[in-house]
Write a protein that binds this ligand. Sequence first.
Ligand code: ADP
Ligand code: ZN
Ligand code: ZN
Length: 723
Amino acid sequence: MFAEIIIDQDAKALDRVFEYKIPEDMTICVGMRVYIPFSSRMVQGFVVGIKETCNYEESKIKEIRSKIEETPAIKGEMLQLMKFMADKNHLKLASILRLFLPAEMREGRVKELFKTYYSLVDGIEVKLSKSAKKQQEILDELQNGRVSAAQLGDKFGYSALKALLEKGYIKKESEEIKRSPFVVMQEDRRVNLNEGQREAIKTICENKTYLLHGVTGSGKTEIYMNLIERTLQEGKNAIMLVPEISLTPQIMSNFKGRFGESVALLHSGLSAGERFDEWKRLFSGEARIAIGARSAIFAPLENLGMVIIDEEHEASYISESNPRYDTHDVAEFRARFNGCPLVLGSATPSTESYQRAKEGVYQLIELPVRANGRPLPPVQIIDMMGEIRSGNSGIFSNQLLADLANVINNKKQAMIFINRRGFSSFMRCRDCGYVAKCSDCDVSLVYHREDNRLKCHYCGKQYKVLNRCPNCKSENIKHGAVGTEQIVHKLQEYFPDVKILRMDNDTTSTKNAHQKILSEFKVSKPGILVGTQMIAKGHDFEDVTLVGIVDADQSLYHTDYRSTERTFALITQVAGRAGRSEAEGKVVLQTYSPRHYVYKFAANYDYKGFFKKEINMRQTAQFPPFTRILRVLFSDFDENYVRELLKICYTEIEKLKGVYGDDILYLDAMKSPIKRIQDKYRYQIMMRLKLNKADEIENEVFKIVDRASKTSVFFEVNPQNLS
Ligand code: ADP
Ligand code: ZN
Ligand code: ZN
């Protein structure tokens, strides 16, 4: 018998299936990991197929050396998924397989943790010399049962232990310890489901995709929990995805509270060991619900009965580093493979998904009101140009300051949202216009006042602060747009006695920092929480009566076609944090373009109105979902090489226009907007394709690029971020 094997190495030349002979006395099944001789080394391979005959000359085929484990690490569904993703996203097989297994299983870095115990061996006559006092003490200690090796060793010394072990008086046993992530358990709070929730749960039962469009606070989480509960009762398993930033301690403890040890959590805050152990709990069937960010869609669960993507519109569901894929596609594959429902939930579905619901591809379920009957908080739009005209050129409008003062007087809480971390976005010389930039990336540096450094938000490199322009020696340095740090600083000036907390990437980099900030905020009354997107989602603080959006235009003036949609979603999310319980809530939205249509719709929570406008614009301008955008990104340390590669590919791709004509709506080659990241030069080919021929053209482009390149070329379909 022969095995088809994929080698776990990155080289492009190895990205194919190799044949190996299965030794007579070895049982191998598909999905197993094995050691195989390759060139002159032993490497790890995955068995992806088994067959009776081989394509190569039999005498030249080498034998599998050994199995890595008895149970296949990758099961049938995942092997099919691998093939699906390889075709759809043009990815290397090995890099897809890597998504399926925790890093530890591939490189053997993290091993299971074992704890060793000693106990007495029964029925043996003990003869110890009088001088062996320590040994006797150990035996006495063990009379009451086993004791951990570390404890005994510390107390009596390891040589005494060793002596007893050699004499056969005591025995050693090991027990595996599971490193499970820290979660504050919450008591399971049951609510009486309302009509809308009950209806939704009843509806979601077929092998198809449902779009659950429910306003913030409409009780979607409660629906998910009920669906999962039903799934478990049916003897099936479930996956629920949430965006990384809404993997708040709150949502985790809610699920742990209801489902206990059946839940495994997979997110980036876990240590490698914790991740591995959670993975194994799923693999072994001990845990039956996987909750996590994007990568949890690859959870090793069989027999799925429910797949849920919460906040389905979130950009983070599209992987933008290698391997690049869209989580929706993978979720769709897994749900269809298992014949179960896929639920996409959001208060602001992506234009693509809502359009699919309108076309009847997805079934639409709507929850138009909040579960507790509270109204959505009114949104007041503040024209910041008007503020300037009336003499206020500060960060905060007079209205926002007055409302904050009000919150503080009433001992309530406020959240201030600004989508930029750091103190100010850049430092620029007022005299010559010089801007401090990262030497490895073509981006301006962000000033962080806390450690008085300039930081690159793309590669993390740090620089000394600019006190004097290196170009013209002027000391007249200007700060760019404000960030979270500066907001806190300024607010503290206005309200010196109030607890002001900050939550962004910088304050949450250490373990459990997230949790600490939230717990502190919870008991700070009055209190203000300043933050980036991180505070926009999931939080349910009863006493937040005011939400301030300091610079709403931030996400609006990006050059890509999704920026309006993103702004709408962000405002809706942030606004949804206010007035969630008895106390009245309010949202103050500051903008320099108060007449932009996005604000009118957002302030009225008019998703449908916004969608109508947006989808019309997309159709007129021929943008997705009516067309497909393909970006081919070339990047390398050697600029000449990338440019050459780009030219070769472009020349070939251009010829496709002769074949496909108007089906290629747009084609151009250019430098990427950020010309360099981490010292790699970046060039790109952008294409916009008509849908009917898009798959075909995409395949032609794959072939052209494959022929031309040996290095980093990435394909992105409808990219989220065009930097
Ligand atoms: P969403 O995820 O749609 O924003 P949540 O599921 O977080 O909404 O629910 C918002 C709040 O409403 C939560 O505090 C939740 O406990 C509560 N809630 C949910 N369903 C009900 C219900 N049927 N009756 C009363 N309160 C509910
Ligand atoms: Zn200067
Ligand atoms: Zn950099």
